[in-house]
Design a protein around this ligand. Structure first.
Ligand SMILES: Nc1ncnc2c1ncn2[C@@H]1O[C@H](COP(=O)(O)OP(=O)(O)O)[C@@H](O)[C@H]1O
Ligand SMILES: [Mg+2]
Length: 358
């Protein structure tokens, strides 16, 4: 069947049918005012209009590098509502992610969901078809047609996508759900990528009746993330049957971020006219002043510590007597405040918080 291009305001030119999902048709046009490509999303006949309204409502609230941006809402001459949104110039990942990229892709999916959840929105349809990686390597989530506010998180009958939907959703009664259904879908989506599409579907025991059992173990050979036990633990917790046992997206995001910036901090101390840089994991720098006090500064790849403090070592005016994790910006003083300023050494410490490079 040929897709009929809807009548659109004249600023949108060169429109072509671009793609379709289960509920919508997607057109790609050129916005001749702003000279950029855009996507126009319209519901297919028979789909409930509340889907497009849910999508508009969610996208208007979220501003994130990892969520598709909405530009405009249009009422078409036939009464249909259309969404004009950012064109994501990239592809859907429908197979195994190359090993060198998988960690950053999983991290970005976690970042997207963490931000969506911070806006008290539940996406409800996280699966590989509903995000793309653009040409700069940035992951963007779209398709908020099932999105709900956490204040209104109830459903009657099953909505979503089998296999990626959390077990608590398989019911024909009214079900209340939480952000944890997205955590479950995130876990299954990651496993899909780690196994590859074909292998993933081979491992599902029952297609017709939930619960869908995935026949795999995190410790098996050839499972890509075997090299990363922390990720395996997070994913295993994400797909717990009991939603309370699943971590929040915030925890997953923070853990993955920590791994990606491991060893990339730079601690800088200034002692008089000398400055010292601490940026090597496991390295120690000794800090001392006259016979007033001494300690070692240590970097473990995530944080900076004062170790073996002897004598009058203070951090932001607190006397340090044992190993101490120092804040990212602080003043280390050698010599107590009972002494005059000229007798003491003041060592400002600063550590830059590294960005994840995508
Ligand atoms: N903003 C976009 N940029 C590029 N491709 C898109 C965009 N939005 C949707 N698509 C493509 O169109 C398909 C269907 O869109 P989607 O929003 O998922 O609709 P549905 O609700 O019908 O699943 C997507 O799987 C994707 O390939
Ligand atoms: Mg979709």
């Amino acid at each position: 069947m040929k897709t009929i291009i809807p009548t659109l305001p004249s600023r949108y030119i060169n429109c072509t049918a671009f793609d379709a999902g289960g509920m919508s048709t997607i057109f790609k046009c050129m916005d001749s005012f702003l000279e950029r490509d855009v996507i126009i999303k319209i519901l297919q006949p028979g789909s409930a209009p509340k889907r497009i309204l849910a999508e508009i409502n969610a996208l208007q609230q979220i501003r994130s590098k990892h969520v598709v941006q909405i530009f405009e809402r249009l009422q078409l001459p036939n009464g249909d509502i259309a969404i004009i949104e950012e064109f994501i110039d990239g592809k859907t990942l429908n197979n195994q992610i190359p090993e060198e990229h998988y960690f950053k892709i999983i991290y970005q999916l976690a970042a997207a969901l963490h931000e969506i959840h911070e806006h008290e929105i539940i996406h409800r349809d996280i699966k590989p078809d509903n995000f793309k990686i653009d040409n700069e390597g940035v992951l963007k989530v779209f398709d908020f047609g099932l999105a709900k506010s956490t204040m209104d998180a109830k459903t009657i009958g099953f909505n979503g996508t089998f296999v990626f939907a959390a077990p608590e959703l398989y019911s024909d009664k009214t079900v209340s759900f939480t952000k944890k259904i997205d955590v479950y879908a995130f876990g299954i989506t990651c496993i899909y990528f780690l196994l590859g599409e074909k292998e993933f579907f081979n491992r599902i025991k029952s297609f017709t009746m939930p619960p869908f059992k995935l026949d795999f173990s995190f410790s098996e050979k050839n499972f890509l993330s075997i090299s990363n036990p922390e990720l395996c633990t997070l994913l295993a917790r994400s797909i717990s049957k009991n939603p309370d046992e699943r971590p929040e997206m915030e925890e997953i995001f923070n853990e993955l971020r920590k791994k990606l910036i491991f060893g990339k901090h730079r601690g800088i101390m200034v002692n008089g006219t000398n400055s010292y840089v601490l940026d090597q994991v496991g390295k120690r720098i000794t800090l001392s002043y006259r016979d007033l006090g001494s300690c070692k500064m240590f970097y473990d790849g995530n944080d900076f510590y004062i170790e073996e403090p002897i004598g009058e070592i203070y951090v932001n005016a607190t006397h340090i007597k044992s190993t101490f994790k120092i804040p990212s910006s602080c003043l280390i003083t050698i010599g107590s405040d009972q002494r005059s300023s000229s007798e003491r050494a003041f060592v400002p410490f600063d550590s830059a918080n590294p960005e994840v490079v995508l």
